[in-house]
Design a protein around this ligand. Structure first.
Ligand SMILES: *Cc1c(COP(=O)(O)O)cnc(C)c1O
Length: 348
C-alpha cells in the first residue's frame, strides 16, 4: 500500500486545511492596491489587534517582510547586528546589501540567542569615518539553532539597551507563534518593545502563502510603498487573506502538538548511537542533530531516509534538520523514528 511521505523538511510544506480552502473559495475580494479588498483589510486589522499594534501589512514572503523592515530602518552604508546563522544573514540572498544598501554585522551565538552584552560590544563607535549601526535584528524562534527561544527578559533588555543607544530593533518572528506557545506568553507581549515585527503565515500556521509585518501606522504606511516598489502590490489577494484568517484561528492552539512531536523525535534520537543531540534544548518544532557518529554525511542520511519515505534536510555537512508541523501526525513521527533507527545505525 502506498504511504505518503513523512515530510519533515520544513513547516512550509503544510497544505491549506479544508476550512481554509472553503474560506478561499468564498472570500469577498477587491483590488488591494486600491485598498479595496475587504478580506485583506480584515486580516490586517485582525493581526494589528492580535499584536496590539497600530497597523500591519501582508507581504508575499517573510524574506520580503524582513527586507522592507531593514530598508526602512537602515540607510545605505549602515550596519545591521544579527546572529551569524540568522535567516537574514544566511538565507535571504544578501538582499539587505543588494537592495537596501545595508551591511550585516553578524555575531555568533551557539544557541542562536544573542545577549545584550554581545550586541553592545558590536555597536560601532560614533565616529564619522566608521560605518554606523542602524538596527538590531533578533530571530525568535531561531531557525538554524534548532527553534531556540528568547526569554522575554532578554528581549526586553535588548530592546531597552538598543533604544538607549539610538538603535531600532526588528523581530524576525517567522515562528513567533511557536515561541508564544512554548513560553506561555502572548505574541503581543513577546514583541511589545520591538520597533517592527515579521511573522510567517505559511509555516506552522499552515496558510498557503504570506507573511505579515507590524509596527506603527507610519512604519506600515512606508512599508506599503516599499512593498509596491519591490513588485509586491497585489490585487484580489483576499483569497490568501481568507486562508490566513482561518489559520490564525485554527493553528496556534495546536502548535503544542508539533512541539511534543519534536520532543519525541529528539528523545528517540538521543538514544541512537549514530546521532548526537541534547533533547532538553528542543523546545519548539525544530530538531537539529549531528550525524557524524553514523559514519554518514547529512546528505547521505537524508538520501537514505528518502528511501523510507521520510524527508529531512541537511543543514550542515553533518547536521540534519527535522521540522514538525500539522501535516505530520503521531503515526508519521513513529515512522520517521523507525527510519532514523535504520539509517543511523553505525555500520561495522
Ligand atoms: C522562513 C523564514 C523566513 C523567510 O520566510 P519566507 O517566507 O520563506 O521568505 C525568515 N526568517 C526565518 C527565521 C525563517 O525561518
Amino acid at each position: 500500500m502506498y504511504e505518503p511521505a513523512v515530510d519533515l523538511r520544513s513547516d512550509t510544506v503544510t497544505r491549506p486545511s479544508p476550512a481554509m480552502r472553503r474560506a478561499m473559495a468564498e472570500a469577498e475580494v477587491g483590488d488591494d492596491v486600491y485598498g479595496e479588498d475587504p478580506t485583506m483589510n480584515r486580516l490586517e486589522e485582525r493581526v494589528a489587534q492580535l499584536f496590539e499594534r497600530q497597523a500591519s501589512l501582508f507581504v508575499p514572503s517573510g524574506s520580503m517582510g524582513n527586507l522592507i523592515s531593514i530598508k526602512l530602518w537602515a540607510r545605505p552604508g549602515s550596519e545591521i547586528i544579527c546572529e551569524q546563522k540568522a535567516h537574514i544573514n544566511q538565507y535571504e540572498l544578501a538582499s539587505m546589501a543588494a537592495l537596501a544598501g545595508a551591511f550585516p554585522r553578524p555575531i555568533s551565538a551557539p544557541d542562536g540567542i544573542l545577549t545584550w552584552s554581545q550586541i553592545e560590544a558590536a555597536i560601532r563607535p560614533k565616529t564619522y569615518y566608521i560605518s554606523q549601526t542602524a538596527l538590531v535584528s533578533i530571530e525568535n524562534t531561531h531557525n538554524m539553532a534548532g527553534g531556540t527561544l528568547y526569554p522575554i527578559e532578554l528581549t526586553d533588555e535588548i530592546c531597552d539597551g538598543a533604544h538607549a543607544a539610538g538603535l531600532r530593533v526588528h523581530l524576525d518572528g517567522a515562528r513567533i507563534f511557536n515561541a508564544s506557545v512554548a513560553l506561555g506568553m502572548s505574541v503581543a507581549r513577546l514583541s511589545s518593545r520591538c520597533d517592527s515585527v515579521m511573522f510567517s503565515l505559511s509555516k506552522g500556521l499552515g496558510a498557503p502563502v504570506g507573511s505579515m509585518i507590524l509596527g506603527s501606522r507610519e512604519f506600515v504606511a512606508q512599508a506599503r510603498v516599499i512593498r509596491k516598489m519591490l513588485g509586491g502590490g497585489m490585487r484580489q489577494v483576499g483569497v490568501l487573506a481568507a486562508a490566513a484568517l482561518v489559520a490564525l484561528e485554527e493553528s496556534p492552539p495546536r502548535l503544542a502538538e508539533d512541539h511534543a512531536h519534536a520532543r519525541r523525535l529528539a528523545e528517540a534520537l538521543a538514544g541512537m548511537p549514530g546521532a548526537s543531540i541534547d533533547p532538553r534544548a528542543v523546545r519548539t518544532n525544530i530538531v537539529i542533530f549531528d550525524v557524524r557518529n553514523s559514519g554518514k554525511t547529512a546528505a547521505e542520511v537524508c538520501s537514505a531516509l528518502g528511501q523510507f519515505g521520510v524527508l529531512a534536510s541537511g543543514v550542515e555537512t553533518y547536521a540534519v534538520r527535522l521540522v514538525t508541523h500539522r501535516d505530520v501526525d503521531g503515526k508519521g513521527i513513529e515512522r520517521a523514528i523507525r527510519a532514523l533507527e535504520e539509517v543511523l545505525a553505525p555500520r561495522a
